[in-house]
Design a protein around this ligand. Structure first.
Ligand code: SAH
Length: 232
């Protein structure tokens, strides 16, 4: 009986062609055509995008599409951003290895893994429990030991671990959550998609200098919405 299952599983994997996909080659191609050919030039960001096995962060039936130039569904109505957007948001934070980074919107954990390839410690918050738990498990299995995942409303940030050198929000918000500004270090950088609910938003870079916040609009983007816990 076990042999039958084994043979079936083998045939199934052949049938879907998964056994033959050279993920490393696809990743390299993604980095060259989608990132280097555009405006991603930060060495650490390119290196991180080459290293993280993006296919491991999407459902198996989408492995075939994991390195294509677009976003992908990750369950619970959420999506993993297009590789270019992940790289762009990473690069704009000008990360250093000793930085402590906060991400809001863990989703699949992919962006957190990219950050963890560059910096020493990553803190990430996910509001949908199922996604957060899955991401935590996945990151553990992939040996990302410097990422801490919390289930909760990222609107409040992570006060116990603040301040952060950089903050990345990966869900589209209508306004910047004030606590996140508070938890940003002097000289720190925050990237966040801002704009009306369901509309096209602006990807915005906020920098904190002498306690003041400077805003720079970067590009128009589409993101799944930043949600809030009902009781609040
Ligand atoms: N960075 C993710 C993709 C993010 S999709 C990745 O690499 O896969 C946006 C995520 O933000 C979704 O999982 C959504 O559930 C989450 N989210 C939305 N509002 C949130 C909030 N207030 N706090 C924490 N997470 C939130």
């Amino acid at each position: 009986m076990y042999r039958v299952i084994f043979v079936y599983a083998f045939l199934f994997s052949m049938g879907t062609g998964m056994g033959q996909i050279d993920f490393e080659a696809r990743r390299e191609n993604m980095v060259n055509t989608q990132l280097r050919n555009r405006d991603i030039s930060d060495a650490a960001t390119l290196e991180a995008m080459l290293s993280v096995p993006r296919h491991q962060f999407v459902p198996k039936n989408l492995w075939e599409l994991a390195y294509t130039d677009g976003p992908l569904p990750i369950g619970e109505g959420q999506t993993i951003s297009q590789p270019y957007i992940v790289a762009y948001m990473t690069q704009i934070l000008q990360l250093q290895p000793y930085h402590k980074v906060l991400e809001i919107g863990t989703g699949s954990g992919y962006q957190a893994a990219v950050l963890a390839e560059i910096v020493d410690s990553v803190y990430t918050i996910e509001i949908v429990q199922k996604l957060g738990r899955l991401a935590e498990e996945r990151l553990k299995n992939l040996h990302y030991t410097t990422i801490r995942v919390k289930i909760g409303d990222g609107y409040h940030g992570w006060p116990k671990e603040a301040p952060f050198d950089a903050i990345m929000v990966t869900a589209g918000a209508e306004q910047v959550p004030p606590k996140l500004i508070e938890q940003l270090k002097e000289g720190g950088r925050m990237v966040i998609p801002l704009g009306p609910h369901r509309g096209i938003r602006q990807l915005v870079l906020l920098t904190k200098k002498k306690g003041k916040i400077k805003r720079k609009d970067l590009m128009a983007v589409r993101f799944v919405p930043f949600t809030r816990k009902k009781e609040e």
